[in-house]
Design a protein around this ligand. Sequence first.
Ligand SMILES: [Zn+2]
Length: 213
Amino acid sequence: MDLASYADLAIELVNTQDRAGDGLRDLQGLTALVAQKPHLGGRVGHRDLDTMRGLRDQLRAIFAAAGAGDEDGAVERLNSLLIQHPIHPQLSRHDDHGWHVHLNEAGSIPDRYAARAAMGLAVKIGEQGIDRLGTCRAEGCGRVFFDTTANRSRRYCSDRCAASRHGVAAADRPQQPRVTEPLVAHRNGRRGPGHDDGAERPAGNTASRDGGQ
Ligand SMILES: [Zn+2]
């Protein structure tokens, strides 16, 4: 079992909320989230939904802190999650597999989810670095990701977000001549020296105001 792979649970949970809406707005959403995941089956109730939304906020804050360069803050939050949701490993044997370690087979679904997500994130950070955590820069997106690029240059959650960004930029400059014309007009309108005078004027005004007082 690869503990680091559980970091995907953290990412998937945070990304249930994005531009498209809130995937955890009802129990159906939560059921769908955990449906295909091993060891996370069972019935969920409204309290589980609230807990999962809270966990989502906590995980998002970790990504946000790391993305903002606040490594200590991100680690503090994650360590606190690890204390709140400790893992309970146990050896298990089933379906022709030999003895192998399972995590938190008992407890509520949010508890099991949180323990795996927090542990996965911690192991992944330990192995690859906390600066791998990122939040999409596209306006209004907010999805998070694990940056696996060689130079840690990933900025968007998806090609779609990156493309929408570039799409806007491309639409702004449809043809080269049309870019040149407004630029020239702009420059003529502003007049270089006049613009410089304008920049100095406020300082001069302030000085004279100071002098008057
Ligand atoms: Zn995005």
